[in-house]
Design a protein around this ligand. Structure first.
Ligand code: NAI
Length: 286
């Protein structure tokens, strides 16, 4: 029987979420995506108008189908959490049921269950500020959007993830090594995400027989990465210094995520898997 995947954090065809969706679709999975509410209109209209058709082509020549796009804001767990200014915001008022709990409920009502949960989202409002200049508010916002969002998604989706299912998130080596420029508490957020991957692997494994892993991905010129401002430098650095001297493609990360979600990875859980052309293994630049 085909598997069903929910991928949170797809709003265009440039990021890791899109590539993961494609790799899972190529392997036969049904694709549901969660799209950040402010980006929903443009993503859905671009999809409808065929703007992504070239990027939808799968290895067998068919086009990836997205069965349903759910509006999602992963910093809010339920309607009681949503402040008035967000409720009144035009972009938010135009959609409904976009808190984590409501999205999980809607997916349950629509499809009953899923097999694969992907978290491919992050946000750090002060990412361009050094950690020493980061405000408490900015730091907590980075952790809320980039780390707790995963705990919340998993908590609400776990009851509808079939036993034997799997979940994967995306992390970055700035969690464990100094990457100047990845600021605003984003390095801290990734460290939390990786630590949580281990603890959640234990809890979800024991309780639901679900595997939890995270992919530490190399640099990709996504929308989020461009906002940080140093992505071209990081790509050049990786090509110059990594064991494999090539640009990393989003597809390579997508393929690793599809592997982790598959029975081929049935004994892998609680792991940080590097998909970075080996850059993490270097001790010095060369
Ligand atoms: P992206 O821009 O394609 O994906 C980030 C997504 O998060 C966007 O679709 C955005 O709309 C969504 N988002 C932001 N706040 C949200 C919220 N509150 N609720 C729901 N969705 C929200 O960029 P990218 O780079 O593909 O990011 C995906 C993941 O990959 C992130 O966790 C990122 O940290 C990670 N990553 C990216 C690297 C890179 O060089 N691009 C390197 C290593 C990890």
């Amino acid at each position: 029987k085909g598997k069903r995947a929910f991928i949170a954090g797809v709003a265009d065809d440039n990021g890791y979420g899109w590539a993961i969706a494609k790799a899972l679709a190529a392997a036969g999975a049904e694709i549901l995506v969660g799209t950040w509410v402010p980006a929903l209109n443009i993503f859905e209209s671009s999809l409808r108008r065929g703007k992504f058709d070239e990027s939808r082509v799968l290895p067998d020549g068919s086009l990836m189908e997205i069965t349903k796009v759910y509006p999602l804001d992963a910093v809010f767990d339920n309607p009681q959490d949503v402040p008035e200014d967000i409720k009144a915001n035009k972009r938010y008022a135009g959609s409904s049921n976009w808190t984590v709990q409501e999205v999980a409920e809607t997916v349950k009502n629509d499809f009953g269950s899923i097999d694969i949960l992907v978290h491919s989202l992050a946000n750090g409002p002060e990412v361009t500020k050094p950690l020493l200049e980061t405000s408490r508010k900015g730091y907590l916002a980075a952790l809320s959007a980039s780390s707790y969002s995963y705990i919340s998604l998993l908590k609400h989706f776990l009851p509808i993830i079939n036993p034997g299912g799997s979940s994967v998130s995306l992390t970055y080596i700035a969690s464990e090594r100094i990457i100047p420029g990845y600021g605003g508490g984003m390095s801290s957020a990734k460290a939390a995400l990786e630590s949580d991957t281990r603890v959640l692997a234990f809890e979800a494994g024991r309780k639901h027989r679900v595997r939890i892993n995270t992919i530490s991905a190399g640099p990709l010129r996504s929308r989020a990465a461009k906002a940080i401002g140093f992505i071209d430098m990081m790509i050049d650095y990786s090509i110059a210094n990594a064991p494999l001297q090539k640009e990393l493609s989003a597809e390579e990360v997508g393929n690793a995520a599809a592997f982790l979600a598959s029975p081929l990875a049935s004994a892998i859980t609680g792991a940080v898997i590097y998909v970075d052309n080996g850059l993490h293994a270097m001790g010095v630049g060369v």
